[in-house]
Ligand binder design. Structure first.
Ligand SMILES: NC(=O)C1=CN([C@@H]2O[C@H](COP(=O)(O)OP(=O)(O)OC[C@H]3O[C@@H](n4cnc5c(N)ncnc54)[C@H](OP(=O)(O)O)[C@@H]3O)[C@@H](O)[C@H]2O)C=CC1
Ligand SMILES: O=CC(=O)O
Length: 323
């Protein structure tokens, strides 16, 4: 008998065909609605494996999932997976590193450009029919090239951002990272700094670390005050890596120049969120990795991880706390 797996969101046809070759399966096909928690718990009772992205995978969910061997997220970040609970229940947690690095770096670089040159704001201005109502100088931004990029997180994606900054825009790279990365220093002339020094020196501060206890609200009021008044804050990591209220305050008081954000404390961003009424922001809907090609590659990788796990093999992308 084939193993049985549960997929908690729609997947492309060729990924479904791959799963069908190896497993019996059920798919939740509503893209606009998540599986209700009680139903998900019920579904997992008989599942050997699952693809669960955007769900909290914790003790409550795992308690009755007696056959479960593997859960896969279609993301590299796995902050919603409780690794202690997965370990306790002997379930592999897997994610999708590498396949998305260049794609996320592209979007982040878009945010760097928009933050510095005010592209989102100018787009609103022109689309609103206001062009000509104010002098052009009211919309001058800052150069990107030959300025200083402060990278918080020099991991897989961080490196791809550094590459674009160094070789595409001739920028100076400063980074803050848990461990030192001599290879990155060599390749990109990157200089490792303490966080406060990076914040004081960078023209563009880019966050691309995982959300953990150590990175929760890494950037708050104190840190924002250390930044230059001409600096741009880019968050491509997770919303709670910054204190969102403090960011709103800094933007209102213009103690920093602008922010460009792909991730938020609450997603989708609530309709009355103060960020929506600010001029000096670029906002994207947590879409860093989501191009057509890369989304498909991530889905396939998640499916492969799951299939490997249900057949008793070690999946290729087990999250590091569970290796
Ligand atoms: N906006 C979006 O759509 C996307 C967002 N992301 C986010 O980006 C994150 C990073 O992804 P990826 O580059 O693949 O991950 P990596 O694990 O390759 O890189 C993360 C880096 O952060 C460093 N780091 C971790 N904790 C700390 C800390 N407390 N202080 C300083 N540095 C720290 C790590 O240091 P060390 O090397 O020492 O371990 C590592 O170099 C994901 O976890 C996810 O949250 C990812 C993809 C898309
Ligand atoms: O946010 C996306 C991810 O892959 O992590």
């Amino acid at each position: 008998m084939k193993p049985y797996v549960y997929i908690a969101h729609p997947i492309p046809a060729h990924v479904e065909a791959y799963i069908a070759e190896h497993c019996e399966y059920k798919i939740w096909n509503d893209e606009n609605k998540k599986v209700p928690q009680d139903q998900l718990k019920e579904e997992l009772k008989s599942a050997d494996g699952a693809i669960l992205t955007g769900y909290d995978v914790d003790e409550t969910l795992l308690a009755d999932a007696e056959n479960l061997k593997v859960v896969s997220t279609v993301s590299v970040g796995y902050d919603r997976y409780d690794t202690a609970a997965l370990k306790k229940h002997n379930v592999y947690g897997t994610h999708t590193p590498h396949v998305l690095d260049e794609t996320v770096a592209d979007l982040i670089f878009g945010l760097v450009l928009s933050g510095g040159r005010r592209i989102a704001e100018l787009h609103e201005y022109v689309k609103g029919g206001h062009w000509g109502l104010e002098p052009d100088s009211a919309f001058y931004g800052y150069d990107i090239h030959q300025r200083t990029l402060g990278l918080i997180g020099m991991g897989r994606i961080g490196e791809k951002i550094a590459k674009r900054a160094r070789f595409g825009f001739d920028m100076d790279i400063r980074y803050y990272n848990r461990s030192r990365k001599p290879e990155m220093e060599e390749k990109y002339d990157a200089v490792r700094l303490e966080l406060d020094d990076l914040l004081a020196q960078a023209d563009f501060v880019v966050l691309i670390v995982p959300l953990t206890e150590a990175t929760h609200q890494l950037i708050g009021e104190r840190e924002l005050q250390l930044m230059k008044s001409s600096a741009v804050l880019i968050n491509g990591a997770r919303g709670p890596v910054v204190d969102e209220e403090a960011v709103v305050q800094a933007l209102k008081e213009e103690t920093i120049f602008s922010a460009a954000l792909d991730v938020f404390e609450n997603e989708p961003l609530p309709k009355d969120h103060p960020l929506l009424s600010l001029r000096n922001v670029t906002l994207t809907p947590h879409i860093g990795s989501a191009t057509r090609e890369t989304d498909e590659a991530m889905m396939m990788r998640a499916a492969e991880n799951m299939v490997q796990g249900v057949f008793g093999d070690t999946p290729q992308n087990v999250i590091k706390e569970l290796r």
